[in-house]
Design a protein around this ligand. Structure first.
Ligand code: MN
Length: 246
């Protein structure tokens, strides 16, 4: 098994297509396929903030649910969109407003269709993915060692929102701890969620959220090759969105 894990897309559909081409995938009548039977893995946050969230949902739905050619595990933005689609009271902010804006312009039939696709995608997804064939775990915001194998409430919160303290910084953003520093396992943990300017490898973990929606790059991590592949973003650059580690 050879895989390409794709970082946070956030509606950057054009960049996603460019990345797939760069990785050697081609759009055929079967959807995006790779001549070497590589498998795509989406680590969540498909939507919100970017220009074309619904096209990303359609693409991932087709590959994961219809064709069985890819895997998907949700991010915090996916969780919120899922709750929105269920009719739960969620605040339409932090990027959800862009996805909702696309959604409400559709006609009734199209709306029902995309809603059902996303609900199916979300409900059939695992909280995180264990891929023993490539010795890897894929989790949106990462996973600390003690939670691996435990599908509890704490695990759900960790894989969706990360290693948070519950406190916020001066900009109102959550203060995040650095679980990766304490990871001692030998399986790769591939994750995203916290935008960084370049893929960040700490121990056997890699953060591949290179902030495409904030104007940097969209990144994939290939296993077993242990290589990253990126394409430049077309979105405006927002320097203050990126976390630096000293
Ligand atoms: Mn994200």
């Amino acid at each position: 098994m050879k895989i390409d894990v794709i970082g946070d897309i956030h509606g950057c559909y054009e960049e996603l297509q460019q990345l797939l081409v760069k990785l050697g995938y081609a759009l055929t009548s079967d959807g995006w396929t790779h001549p070497d039977q590589r498998q795509l893995v989406f680590l969540g946050d498909l939507t919100d903030r970017g220009p074309d969230s619904l096209s990303v949902i359609r693409l991932v739905y087709q590959l994961v649910i219809e064709k069985g050619l890819a895997k998907y595990t949700p991010g915090n933005h996916c969780n919120k969109l899922y709750r929105y689609f269920l009719g739960n009271p969620v605040k339409i902010q932090h990027g959800l407003e862009t996805t909702v804006r696309e959604y409400v312009t559709l006609n009734d039939r199209e709306r029902q269709k995309i809603k059902q696709q996303f609900i199916t995608l979300y409900e059939t997804a695992d909280l995180y993915l264990e891929l023993p064939q490539v010795n890897a775990i894929i989790a949106h915001a990462g996973i600390k060692q003690s939670l691996i194998g435990k599908k509890t409430k704490e695990t759900k919160s960790f894989v969706l929102y990360g290693d948070t303290t519950g406190e916020v910084d001066e900009n109102g953003r959550p203060i995040r701890k650095d679980w990766a520093q304490h990871y001692k396992g030998n399986r790769w943990i591939v994750y995203g969620h916290t935008p960084v300017l370049a893929p960040r490898i700490v121990n056997q973990t890699i953060n591949i959220d290179t902030g495409c929606v904030f104007g940097n790059t969209l990144t994939a991590f290939r296993l077993p090759e242990e290589e990253t592949v990126s394409v430049p973003s077309k979105q405006p650059y927002e320097a203050d969105r990126f976390r630096s580690f000293d």
